[in-house]
Ligand binder design. Structure first.
Ligand code: PLP
Length: 446
């Protein structure tokens, strides 16, 4: 668990984590031999499951050739081939990849490229990046500045920029008490108001997770939401950055979740599933039109880390993409997700503490409430999410905490996001184990 919500720190320090011995497919096994069904792919990362031979072989092959070349001196076949493959699979003209090592580095790189884009065009005032509350873009200070996760921001507020400015598209608890599409996407329209207030001449970009993950539990915007956002960005000369660190690489079905809304971002951040947990790798993907003034201007992207484009990590990521492609895994995600949601909805009928089930593909969020009608959250003191995670672990299933609530602290939500390779019988086993955990949770709250 990596949640840094201040309410969770004490129980976390008291937790003694089991020592995992090995993993196979969707299962992990600890030193005592206990089996865990990895229903969250760790932190929505182990997208093709554990112990996949093809990835281990690719890793070994690359290690035999060369494990490290410095990005400012050399490139490698692994990095070049990965960039080519990503450009082939990504929508639009996202033809440039800048490889880094974590999602936080990817979103910060995206932010810096957006600012540099305007500088190359001779505009030096566009330095702000706007974002939404209840978002999460990473833990380093620049990425945390963009994040609207109040729990994770709390300790560092004096060091952070005020980039989160608008409400998230949280239809389950709409702050305007409206329903889409009749609402006219008022939460998206807020962006226009804020831009007018701050001044478009100061704003480089707007960043959003297509589906909000860690900070709310698969909060999924309605059909035309991103069309409205994109139109506002374009009208105001503001770039649109899609943070696909969690949603990318097929997690929701297509290569990029933006495809569900038929929008083409200017810059995309990728991470997590890119290395599928076999190696640390992430990326900022940049479209031709954003690269153009940089290529004709300074000709250098002002960012990079010692281990950027590490050949070992690139070989892993390329093997992951080829594995997804060869086995046509992304094509099966929508069907598997629909089946899992149907099974979870059956549980919801029996367990009214499940208030909402949402998401796309195999990124599914569940929000818990005292009662479905008025959606009252459980009191914070219940530590409901913690309890559920503990019960789940006891029942041999791993789920991911995704604190909900409009203030980003109160409210309880989890993510269920198993490896995309999960089989139907394994989904049935997941639901069976989750059901046992829900029974324990119901006894706890009653
Ligand atoms: N962006 C999103 C959408 C994420 O979910 C995360 C991590 O949860 C990050 C960025 C940060 O990624 P990392 O933890 O690899 O730095």
């Amino acid at each position: 668990m990596t949640d840094t919500n201040t309410n969770l720190i004490k129980p976390m320090l008291e937790t003694i984590y089991p020592v995992i011995d090995y993993g196979k497919g969707v299962y992990l096994y600890d030193k005592s031999g206990k089996e865990y069904l990895d229903a969250s792919s760790g932190a929505i990362t182990a997208n093709i499951g554990h112990g996949v031979k093809e990835i281990i072989d690719a890793m070994n092959e690359q290690a035999k050739r060369v494990s490290f070349v410095y990005r400012s001196q050399f490139t490698s076949e692994a990095a070049e081939n990965l960039a080519k493959k990503i450009a082939e699979l990504a929508i639009g003209d996202l033809n440039w990849s800048f490889f880094v090592n974590s999602g936080s580095e990817a979103t910060e790189t995206a932010m810096k490229i957006a600012i540099q884009y305007w500088q190359e065009k001779g505009i030096f005032t566009k330095n702000k990046v706007l974002s939404r509350w209840m978002s999460y873009h990473g833990i380093t200070l620049g990425a945390l500045s963009m994040s609207g996760h109040t729990g994770r921001r709390a300790r560092f507020i004096p060091l952070l920029e005020d980039f989160p400015v608008i409400h998230p598209p949280y239809c389950y608890r709409c702050p305007y008490n409206r329903k889409a599409p009749e609402c006219g996407y008022v939460c998206a329209q807020e962006l226009d108001t804020v831009i007018k207030r701050i001044g478009a001449e100061q704003i480089a970009a707007f960043i959003a997770e297509p589906i909000i993950g860690a900070s709310g539990g698969a909060i999924t915007p309605p059909k035309d939401y991103y069309r409205v956002i994109k139109e506002i960005c374009e009208r105001n000369n503001i770039l649109f950055i899609a943070d696909e660190v969690m949603t990318g690489f097929g997690r929701t079905g297509p290569m990029l979740a933006c495809e569900h809304w038929d929008i083409e971002p200017d810059i995309v951040a990728l991470g997590k599933g890119m290395g599928a947990g076999y190696a640390p790798i992430a990326a900022a993907l940049v479209s031709d039109r954003i690269m153009e003034p940089i290529l004709t201007g300074s000709k250098i992207v002002m960012s990079g880390h010692t281990l950027s484009a590490n050949p070992q990590s690139c070989a892993v990521s390329l093997a992951v993409l080829e594995y997804l492609d060869k086995k046509k895994i992304m094509k099966e995600v929508a069907g598997k997700g629909a089946y899992l949601i149907k099974e979870l909805e059956r549980l919801q009928e029996q367990y009214p503490i499940i208030g909402d089930i949402r998401g796309k593909g195999l990124m599914i969020g569940l929000e818990f409430v005292q009662n479905q009608k008025d959606k009252t959250p459980f009191p914070r003191a219940f530590l409901l999410t913690q309890k559920l995670i503990q019960y789940a672990e006891r029942c041999g299933i791993i789920i991911y905490p995704a604190g909900a609530g409009i203030d980003g602290v109160n409210g309880d939500a989890i993510l269920i996001a198993p490896p995309l390779t999960i089989k139907t019988v394994e989904i049935d086993e997941l639901v069976k184990r989750f059901h046992q955990a829900l029974k324990m949770l119901t006894d706890y709250v009653s």
